[in-house]
Design a protein around this ligand. Sequence first.
Ligand code: IMP
Ligand code: MG
Length: 174
Amino acid sequence: MSEHIRVLLPEEEVDARIQEIGEQISREYEGKQVHMICVLKGGSFFMCELAKRITVPVSLDFMAVSSYGSGTTSGGVVKIVKDLDETIREKDVLVVEDIVDSGRTLSYLLEMLQARGPKSLRLCTLLDKPDRRVVDVKVDYTGFHIPDEFVVGYGLDYDQRYRNLPYIGVIEFK
Ligand code: IMP
Ligand code: MG
């Protein structure tokens, strides 16, 4: 079986949208410092590009969670593989994710972070697949709503590959 990548969102479109979100965040966080939390590994490309376009002070931290399995669907079990280095207490926290799919990972994560007492907690995702939602999650900033297809690129992987594609593509198996 061979894999083929069909372009869904070209690089220019993704970059232009990230610029818009960066400007919106810069306006809405005026006078504050944004503490961006990247959910590894998928969120890393998006977070770097977004952080570069934010004009208020920014600090960064990283965490890794795993929803078991390496196929094209995520399971219900979420495990923290790497926790944050710094406290988020009294900080204006912005969680940056690659994609919200079923919502299971994020709903678990946001609840856990909320319990640590941030001043504010918002969620920014590059992609959202609303048709797939199982658990309700409040998303504050969304790059693109996409149909229910398995996508790769811009941090998103299929079995750890394709994260480095500078665009978003749909993986097709022939
Ligand atoms: P959720 O918990 O189902 O919302 O999805 C959590 C994780 O599943 C995301 O952070 C991604 O790592 C992965 N995921 C969901 N949909 C896709 C996709 O279309 N391509 C690549 N990874 C995906
Ligand atoms: Mg992810």
